[in-house]
Design a protein around this ligand. Structure first.
Ligand SMILES: [Zn+2]
Length: 226
């Protein structure tokens, strides 16, 4: 049996990733991942971001096989949406979403989630950071658990450079044939631009919402919630 594919209709007032959204209500809550049809404009939009972000010329750019939309219980999305509204009210940006960007993050995957397109059930393996993030979102406390060196301090690291995120992607299962990158909405707000390392940071300076640097592949570091 095939996996239900997503029509990605953004029906207010619920968030487009919420199970409560009328477009998503028909999907079983046990299945958090919905495969996005290749014909869907969101597929090309995300594929384009990935291709454009692949800036390491020496690394062969992989083909995008599947894109999945991740659905959330409304209660788990609320802190993000509330934070975004707070930032939105302080950012005088044209953008109405607190300068929200879609950014990449690479992590460990111990299971075979996403392989062959119909493996969409999150695992509970302890070393599967991918499923852990997909289950409850990023946890700033886990920062540094993979790489002890935190160039810009203790935060959640995301980047528009897909090939950089790929450096942090690893498939722990020997049966894995594909690699997985997360594409996350990140409230960048007013970014503090930093051109030198700042390993001591635990929050952006007052008046800013994130730290951004161009010295290392356009990293954006968020310290609160991303
Ligand atoms: Zn997993």
């Amino acid at each position: 049996m095939g996996v239900p594919q997503d029509d990605w209709v953004d029906v207010q007032p619920f968030d487009e990733f919420s199970f409560e959204n009328a477009a998503n209500r028909k999907h079983s809550r046990g299945r958090r991942l919905l495969r996005v049809d290749q014909e869907n404009p969101r597929f090309s939009e995300i594929e384009r971001l990935f291709v454009k972000g692949w800036r390491h010329r020496k690394k062969a750019r992989p083909q995008v096989h599947f894109i999945f939309k991740v659905l959330w219980m409304e209660a788990l999305l609320e802190p993000y949406l509330a934070y975004r509204s707070t930032v939105q009210s302080t950012v005088k940006a044209k953008d109405r979403r607190g300068n929200e960007h879609l950014l990449f993050h690479g992590t460990n995957r111990a299971c075979l989630l996403g392989e062959i397109g119909n493996n969409v059930v999150l695992c509970s393996l302890q070393d599967c950071s991918l499923c852990s993030i997909l289950r409850t979102s990023f946890d700033v406390k886990r920062c540094g658990s993979k790489n002890a060196f935190k160039r810009f301090g203790h935060g959640i690291y995301t980047t528009s450079c897909s090939s950089k995120a790929d450096d942090y992607t690893s498939s722990l299962s020997k049966e894995a044939t594909l690699r997985v990158a997360l594409v996350s909405r990140v409230v960048v707000g007013i970014p503090y631009k930093r051109f030198r390392n700042a390993t001591h940071l635990v929050a952006p300076p007052v008046g800013y919402h994130s730290v951004r640097t161009t010295i290392v592949d356009n990293l954006t570091i968020s310290y609160l919630f991303s």
